[in-house]
Write a protein that binds this ligand. Structure first.
Ligand code: 5AD
Ligand code: FES
Length: 369
């Protein structure tokens, strides 16, 4: 088999996932394509394979983000209002099959109290996230959304509550929700089946995303990096799917094993590949709202700061009551779950300032609309 020399002077098998094209000409051409934003799917694969273009990717992404959004970082207050879930996704800690999970659900009044505190702290977007909890009926969700909109008319409400009928999405929209987060998780049907039980399908997931778009939501999608069974070509399919969907928001984070799931003990996604993808996403979607996620902050102490430097422009401090945070454990070692994290808002503001960014309290609507 053929062997090639890398820049570092060692030899690698070209079939290995670590293979890099070295030499004089190819990297230059790739560099130009990165700067010009003319990358194709074959280039993405090449880029994802190795660290060769990381610096230029990061610089290009940072410059693009700077042109569109300056040094502003948008704040979204995350309220994890229920960890009951009827689904049994193999990677997720709040799957119904996890009998060890301590379940909780916040009342409408408790959610409003979180918003009240968040409003005082300067939040103008509230993200209601939860498992697919059968107790959260459409009527209840609508009443929570309209209560928030009534009490805080200058705030946006984002929902992140899973797969629903189109009529339900429409009802939430009519109640005043304008944004919806639903990661597609993986755009490859086989890989989707590897991560989920048979009753869940990629087809329905995609149906939900297109329904949400049709209704007029600002839509967020995304995927985990390094999830069990994921290959680099799956990631290329993820990017292709996102190009088709054209979401306003794109959330990605490293997969992190959770001990009470069938994938316990599986290796986690890496910081390097996640950051590389954040930069690539910024280059492919200059206008997107891309968070530096909690999962990124969990695998590295400066993960979120590095995420911003790689092209992200959103942070989502936790606004959930501190007593319940330790129970919303999608993955192990999640940060911001202890008492010391009562005010993630200030913590994040300091962290962002340390790398030259400023959090802004405006609603931060998608510039795509
Ligand atoms: N590791 C990382 N991210 C996870 N999520 C769920 N479980 C895990 C895990 N073990 C992500 C999914 C989901 C989002 C709310 O959290 O991508 O969409
Ligand atoms: Fe939550 Fe720092 S962001 S403690």
């Amino acid at each position: 088999f053929s062997r090639n020399r890398t820049n570092k002077g060692d030899f690698v098998d070209v079939r290995s996932p670590l293979f890099c094209v070295g030499g004089q000409e190819k990297p230059m051409r790739m560099e130009e394509k990165i700067k010009a934003g003319t990358l194709n799917a074959a280039d993405w694969l090449q880029i994802l394979r190795c660290s060769e273009w990381d610096d230029i990717l990061r610089q290009t992404a940072d410059q693009l983000r700077q042109e569109v959004y300056g040094k502003d970082v948008y704040l979204r207050g995350l309220i994890e209002y229920t960890n009951f879930c009827k689904n049994n996704c193999y990677y997720c800690g709040i799957r119904c099959g996890n009998t060890k999970a301590v379940r909780y659900r916040l009342s409408k009044e408790e959610i409003l109290a979180c918003c009240e505190e968040g409003y005082t702290l300067g939040f103008r977007t509230f993200v209601l996230q939860g498992g697919e909890d059968p107790a959260s009926t459409d009527a209840w969700v609508c009443s929570v959304v309209s209560a928030i909109r009534e009490r805080f008319p200058d705030c946006a409400v984002t929902l992140s509550i899973g797969e629903k009928k189109k009529s339900s999405y429409q009802a939430y929209y009519n109640a005043g929700a304008r944004r919806y987060l639903l990661r597609h998780e993986t755009a490859n049907p086989e890989h989707y089946r590897h991560l989920h039980p048979a009753e869940l399908s990629l087809e329905n997931r995609k149906r939900c995303l297109y329904d949400l778009k049709e209704i007029g939501y600002q839509v967020g999608s995304g995927f985990m990096v390094g999830s069990p069974g994921q290959t680099l070509s799956h990631l290329v399919e993820d990017l292709q799917f996102l190009q088709d969907l054209q979401p306003d928001m794109i959330g990605i984070g490293p997969y992190i094993a959770q001990k009470e799931t069938p994938f316990a003990g599986h290796s986690n996604g890496t910081l390097a590949l996640t950051l590389r993808l954040v930069s690539l996403l910024r280059i492919l979607f200059p206008y997107a709202l891309i968070p530096a996620t909690t999962a990124l902050g969990t695998i590295h102490p400066q993960g979120r700061e590095l995420g911003l430097q790689a092209g992200a422009n959103v942070v989502m401090p936790n606004l959930s009551p501190t007593e319940v945070r330790k129970d919303y454990l999608l993955y192990d070692n999640k940060i911001c779950t202890g008492d010391e994290s009562a005010q993630c808002r200030h913590c994040l503001e300091r962290r962002m300032a340390s790398v030259g960014y400023q959090v802004v309290t405006s609603r931060g609507d998608s510039l795509n609309i």
